[in-house]
Design a protein around this ligand. Sequence first.
Ligand SMILES: Cc1cc2nc3c(=O)[nH]c(=O)nc-3n(C[C@H](O)[C@H](O)[C@H](O)COP(=O)(O)OP(=O)(O)OC[C@H]3O[C@@H](n4cnc5c(N)ncnc54)[C@H](O)[C@@H]3O)c2cc1C
Ligand code: SF4
Length: 599
Amino acid sequence: MPFVTPDTMQGPYDVIVVGSGAGGGQSAYTLSMEGARVLMLEAGRRYVPETETPMFQTPEQAPLLGEGTPDKPFGFYDATVDGGWQVPGEPYVSDAPAPQGFAWWRARMLGGRTNHWGRISLRNGPYDFKPYTRDGLGFDWPIGYEDVAPYYDKVEMLIGVYGSNEGLENTPDSPAGILLPPPSRLVSDYMIQRHANALGIPTIPAHRAVVTAKLDADTIPARLHPGNPAAQRILAAAMRERGACLWATACGRGCSVRANYQSVTVHLPPALATGRLDIGTDAMVHEVTLGADGKARGVSFVDKRTGRQHTVRARAVILAASACESARILLNSKSAQFPDGLANSSGLVGRYLMDTVGSSVEGQIPALEALPPLNEDGADGHALYMPWWLYGDQKAGRLPFARGYHVELGSGRRLPGFGTAASMQWLTPGGYGVKLKQDLRRYYGSLVSFDGRGEMIPNERSYCEIDPKAKDRWGIPVLRFHWDWSDHERLQAVHMQRSFAQIIEAMGGRLRAPIETDGAKAISQGGSIIHEVGGAIMGADATRSVTNAWGQTWDVPNLFVADGAVFASNADKNPTLTIMALAWRTADHLLERMRRKEL
Ligand SMILES: Cc1cc2nc3c(=O)[nH]c(=O)nc-3n(C[C@H](O)[C@H](O)[C@H](O)COP(=O)(O)OP(=O)(O)OC[C@H]3O[C@@H](n4cnc5c(N)ncnc54)[C@H](O)[C@@H]3O)c2cc1C
Ligand code: SF4
């Protein structure tokens, strides 16, 4: 495997890709499979899922029964071996404390956040690329759904996504034969679906990047790499190595059988097999270097193992270090030509940061009490979801906010852990001994939760910039965040609260707590849903955006951004499938420009 150190890097490369998550993994995959020599630089350490994934360990084998701690916020077994809300030696500054200020979650490891993400993989719909045209708020993207659809098809075929086609408004179908079969529903899913549908809320199979049936290694490679038999052979072999889901373990720990999508199990193995991808880990990139011709020459990075500075050269650079970190690298890349940061002639690098609007309601359903034990692990409980259903009401002006949300469901019984008894304490106040055990058995599996995930409209008050004083442990200036929701998002959160309470009540259930009618309290903290995008938005006008429709910076023709930073809006749909689709599109464009010797 060509893992390289600063001494063994064989520059100049065709392309340097910074970051190895969804955007970096997809970029390196497409470029190396189609013939480019690529160096991937990743700030975190190497990670080998086959040997490091704690897939089958049980809670009692872990400290604190696996409960989360500050250095492992999502629990002891979480796949994120390095990273979290705080990263040692890598501070950031927020203009306000929680719950007002921005919270930044980072993974520092090969594969980034794709090792433990929720795998919910939704396509943006046609409206989502043209929001300004619909309601006069925010910005239109310079591309439409039809530009990205072929790349959604490719990514879904490559990574494997389960789901169904329902023909719903702004909830795109995939071409026939692309989606894998969704998992069976839980008892609670059937019940939620029946009552939600009666309220007019559609409840359909979720879309997640989990392989539920063997991937079609006989036909997909030729569809993804037409006219490239070497790439087809490599991909077919990689696809055959992926197992189908076992339905027994928590996807957030990672998947050693490669059934769920992680960059490190899906993108990187075939890319490495081409022999054209070198990966340098523990490489903290802090600057894109600029030549006298105004083009990017390569990058400078700190080798975290030695603390030494290095530079490496390439014909083109792709930043995919995650939205805010890519903005940070650009802002820190100052030169006489770009005193305010590279590719920042518009002054918009770091601007228009967006997260997803979140609000949750939990309840208990007596009809689901004391059901016989059943294995309801696997798929992380995501069999169904509710796409936004009120486009018509919104268009007719019957809602007090713009833009919609979808709903992710939580229910069923999975392997109990540390928090299981605590999550039912409100139902068993003061209980102990035999009675407590009986009550826990009775209530376990009767809890339901609804998590709204809504669109945020970009605003002037939500952005990041370089803090004038604070630096990380290598002396690299760090980000200062500013954050504010608008009333559109706050009112949307209140609507979520009311809708979820209605469903729970229709199911004959009781709410864990009264719903919140104050939007400022109902809404999640900025950044806390971990869907941050923006900071180098794409557009049709160089004075009002950082990149063009291809993720190519307006100012530096051989510098590209291939993560969520380029998003011009943040639809309710979780961002990662779109990050990958755009990264593939950007890589295709870059390859074509290279073939024409334009870069
Ligand atoms: C708990 C959780 C659940 C989620 N669930 C979902 C979901 O269900 N659906 C969905 O669509 N999204 C989900 N997300 C979000 C998803 O993980 C991100 O959108 C996605 O991983 C972003 O991809 P990326 O490549 O931009 O960044 P990342 O995956 O974060 O990768 C960036 C990589 O760049 C590296 N890097 C950073 N700075 C530097 C530097 N200076 N030099 C070199 N390398 C650097 C990092 O170490 C990291 O490995 C979830 C996230 C979390 C944390
Ligand atoms: S549930 Fe399936 S996809 Fe998720 S970790 Fe287990 S085997 Fe892998």
